[in-house]
Design a binder for this molecule. Structure first.
Ligand SMILES: *Cc1c(COP(=O)(O)O)cnc(C)c1O
Length: 367
């Protein structure tokens, strides 16, 4: 059987991309906030229903710049059940990550434990809508207001999803999206940031371009280079046209998995969350001890059939060698358990349904 990976980048029809980039051969305006960059921002603002949205070379730099713009100093409460980007952005801004445990059903920050970790050193909360599952937004906003904390969401997984009729860009002080090739909507490499406070927009734009003042000459900030090129923006404009169709195809894949796996003893699938319109970015499954095989055995069984599932997110960030310098990594038993038992099964728009059936039969020993 041909190799099946956990995801496969969606591509627009080649002619559509060629039509777009032909214009760049004429204009010779290849990067630095060109016309496609402006058009993509405008379309994303409309799609996400926000007033301020900025583009970046990748999601990680969007997050680093978001934190830098707030000029924070102290502790940031976050989850260890995420991708390295979340925590690295905190540390690379000279801030201290405080790892909070997650909820066993939603795999996002456990708000009761979160509330107990808030001290006078806490300056912000950086929650992750992991797999596109909404954090307990209401409670996080309430705690942030009560303690005067900033909330920056890592919404890298949540583009295209909606919660209670709102896009995930509408929550918190800022929300970061990744437009990496492996995400539901992509610009090859790229990222975005929604910004509630319009007064921060200019600063964030300057931080993206070395801190150089508009018009050049002087600089106001110590910025980095995180600009999105016109080729990347053009890919985004093409992909945006096909987004709804791609999500619908992902939904069909997800429902086929559900038809085999829902209700099986020892198997936990994506939580039912009222008001959530999913983007079907991931298909995570937790294999508990009541299931005859553990996560690693399932991983190996699939691998022997050339199906490469992924143990997202294992190990926990707090267990990575790069964080071994930290003395206090908090108590996160639920996150540890989920990291040891979760497996993300392949899902992407063009995944053949007979492959999904085969994967389920391998898992359920029906082959
Ligand atoms: C993909 C991802 C990012 C970073 O995105 P890049 O665009 O690759 O820099 C950040 N956080 C999470 C949870 C991600 O999955």
């Amino acid at each position: 059987m041909k190799k099946i990976l956990v995801t496969r980048s969606s591509m627009p029809p080649l002619e559509e991309y060629i039509e777009k980039i032909k214009i760049l051969w004429e204009s010779r305006w290849l990067t630095n906030e060109g016309a496609f960059h402006a058009e993509l921002i405008e379309k994303l603002q409309k799609y996400l229903n926000v007033n301020h949205f900025e583009l970046f070379a990748n999601g990680h730099l969007a997050l680093e710049i978001a934190l830098q713009a707030l000029e924070l100093n102290g502790e940031v409460i976050t989850t260890p059940f995420t991708f390295l980007s979340t925590t690295n952005a905190i540390v690379r801004n000279g801030l201290k990550p405080i790892f909070c445990d997650i909820d066993a059903e939603t795999w996002t920050l456990d708000v009761e434990k979160l509330s107990s970790l808030i001290t006078e050193k806490t300056v912000a909360i950086l929650p992750v809508h992991v797999y596109g599952i909404p954090c307990n937004i209401e409670e996080i906003e309430r705690l942030a207001a009560e303690h005067g904390l900033k909330v920056i969401y890592d919404a890298a997984h949540a583009f295209g999803a909606r919660y209670k009729g709102r896009s995930f860009a509408e929550f918190g002080d800022m929300s970061m999206f990744s437009f990496h090739a492996t995400k539901v909507f992509h610009t090859i490499e790229g990222g975005g940031l929604s910004i509630r406070d319009g007064e921060l927009v200019h600063k964030i734009e300057r931080l993206r371009d070395f801190g150089i003042c508009l018009g050049g000459g002087d600089a106001d900030y110590i910025g980095t280079n995180a600009k999105l090129s016109e080729f990347h923006a053009a890919m985004g404009l093409c992909n945006l046209e096909h987004l709804e169709k791609e999500i619908a195809k992902r939904k069909a894949c997800s429902e086929l998995y559900d038809s085999y796996l829902r209700g099986v003893q020892g198997i936990q699938i994506f939580p039912d969350i009222e008001g959530l319109e999913r983007n079907y970015a991931y298909y995570p499954v937790v294999f508990h001890s009541e299931f005859p095989y553990n996560r690693d055995e399932i991983f190996e069984k699939l691998k022997s059939e050339n199906i490469i599932a992924r143990k997202y997110f294992s190990p926990l960030i707090s267990h990575m060698h790069s964080f071994s310098y930290m003395e206090d990594k908090g108590e996160t038993p639920v996150a540890e358990y989920i990291a040891d038992h979760v497996l993300c099964l392949p899902i992407y728009a063009d995944l053949e349904h007979d492959v999904i059936e085969k994967i389920c039969k391998i898992i359920l020993d029906k082959v």
